[in-house]
Design a protein around this ligand. Structure first.
Ligand code: ACM
Ligand code: ZN
Length: 499
């Protein structure tokens, strides 16, 4: 079957409307960039992209011309969503327009993907593209507790996310095997919590020989630098501080935070641990409030993720403080303690103008609709009820979106064909699904090379699902568009043998 020319444009995610006409623009050093005042800040970013990725030295100008210019301008079309954009370059000027800088930014990403080399020149097909996202939550999660990747790897990932129009970076900074963020009030969190002794038999679990002591953490200055880097790319960075489970690293640093209060070590094995925060002691709540205060001062994103998955309540059953809490609060038993804590921190965050986000297991009849649920596995009926009472959900369905899973379990095709809207969800609640997020857990991902192998090209499939209307998705055509984009990713440092 013949493909129409427009389907051959190498764009991922595929834009909503593409009209291609005949002809090409040549983009060279003669091209100038002009921006209307409100988009002034975008000119430097565009200029940098041209210099870094195309070796084209553009000039920023404040005079409009009728040729050889890229113009960033306002689009007043009331039907174009805030984060939408239009590219129109059928004349001698390349127009990118949007109601907002964010939309202009996405237009620039599309422009970047459209550029190709022909006879030693960079060329651009003549097109009119009108585009906007399907979902507002287009996310990727990185676990740095199991393996620490560091600032340069993270920045590179943020740049790639921007290129794919992803806008939420969920940063899993804390888990049993490591605490990776400096908290000034509690220095032992990194002094003790960010370091662990070698994992099991060397190489057995992590695919690679690790040093005797494995560790790493971000200083608050590092965090500020990365948050700013994300902001320049319209990526919100959502920190995750696990409460009340997956907290062994914090407890190794401050044993009084647990029910048993005995000294323990940062675990060297993967899995789920019983040693969790005591839900009864006031000290736990004070500690976590202080930690969250510092977290909020570092991360401007609306959401703070508190984990909430895989909570083993065994220690709570035998703890006098936890039992006392159950009595005082009129709770029915230990099963009510997690919802109690979730509500406590939901109120605390709300008071600070933030929103609590957590994994599926936070959802409970006693949890209000104004928290954000990340669905991964289990508790499905409760999550469906939550959606029907107005709660919002981000989908990270484990068997369809987990990037750490092997390709034999989640093939590229399966990744592409996943839809985050549950089939059983009634039409009126569909907008309660905010979007999709693909998590990478790193138990078996010790370095950047393995990370790229797990993430690419599957992240491109999720990026398309997050942006492109469901009715326009087509796996075969996606595969045709893929090689050109993978080639561009290779220029961004991503080297993988993907098919
Ligand atoms: C999870 O995978 N434990 C959220
Ligand atoms: Zn306790």
């Amino acid at each position: 079957m013949n493909e129409s020319p427009r389907t051959l444009l190498p764009l991922i995610p595929k834009p909503v409307v593409v009209n291609q006409t005949v002809g090409l623009h040549t983009v060279d050093d003669d091209v100038e960039i002009f921006a209307e005042k409100q988009f002034d800040k975008m000119t430097k970013y565009l200029q940098e992209i041209f210099t870094e990725h195309f070796k084209i030295e553009t000039t920023i100008t404040n005079a409009r011309k009728s040729r050889q210019q890229i113009v960033l301008e306002r689009n007043d079309d009331p039907y174009l969503p805030e984060d939408g954009y239009v590219i129109n370059n059928v004349s001698n000027v390349i127009h990118i327009s949007s109601p907002t800088p964010q939309g202009i930014f996405y237009g620039i990403q599309t422009l970047r993907q459209l550029m190709s080399e022909k006879d030693g020149f960079w060329v651009l097909p003549k097109v009119i593209i009108r585009d906007y996202p399907r979902f507002s939550w287009r996310g990727f999660m990185l676990d740095e507790a199991r393996h620490f990747m560091g600032k340069e790897v993270v920045k590179r990932l943020l740049e790639i996310m921007a290129f794919l129009k992803l806008n939420k970076f969920h940063w899993h900074l804390v888990d049993d095997q490591g605490w990776r963020i400096e908290i000034k009030r509690y220095p032992k969190l990194v002094e003790i919590g960010s370091r662990r002794k070698v994992l099991g038999k060397r190489g057995e679990q992590s695919l690679e020989v690790e040093p005797e002591v494995y560790g790493g953490h971000y200083s608050q200055e590092d965090i500020q630098e990365i948050v700013a880097f994300g902001q320049e790319r319209f990526i919100d960075i959502i920190p995750e501080i696990e409460i009340p489970g997956h907290s062994s690293a914090a407890i190794a640093a401050y044993p009084k935070l647990s029910c048993k209060k005995t000294q323990s070590r940062v675990p060297i094995r993967w899995g789920i641990f019983k040693n969790i925060y005591c839900a009864g002691e006031k000290e736990t709540y004070t500690f976590l409030e202080n930690v969250l205060q510092e977290i909020m001062s570092l991360f401007p994103a609306k959401q703070v993720h508190i984990g909430g998955d895989e909570v083993l309540t065994a220690n709570w059953k035998n703890c006098p403080a936890c039992q006392k809490k159950i009595q005082e609060e009129g709770l029915e038993g230990v099963d009510d303690l997690q919802p109690f804590m979730t509500n406590y921190f939901a109120k605390f965050l709300k008071k600070n103008d933030r929103q609590l986000m957590g994994w599926s297991q936070i959802i409970h009849p006693k949890i209000p609709e104004d928290v954000l649920c990340q669905h991964w596995f289990g508790n499905k009926e409760e999550v469906m009820k939550f959606l029907r009472r107005g709660g919002k959900v981000v989908s990270s369905e484990m068997l369809s979106t987990y990037l750490d899973y092997p390709y034999t379990l989640i093939s590229l095709k399966k990744a592409y064909e996943f839809d985050p809207v549950p089939a059983k969800l009634e039409e009126e609640y569909v907008t309660n699904i905010l979007g999709i997020e693909a998590p990478l857990w790193t138990e078996r991902v010790p370095n950047q090379k393995r990370l790229y192998y797990q993430v690419f090209p599957r992240l491109l499939a999720y990026a398309e699902t997050a942006w492109t209307p469901e009715a326009q998705k087509n796996y075969k055509r996606f595969l045709k568009r893929l090689p050109a984009i993978m080639e561009k990713l290779e220029k961004l440092g991503v080297k993988v043998d993907y098919l």
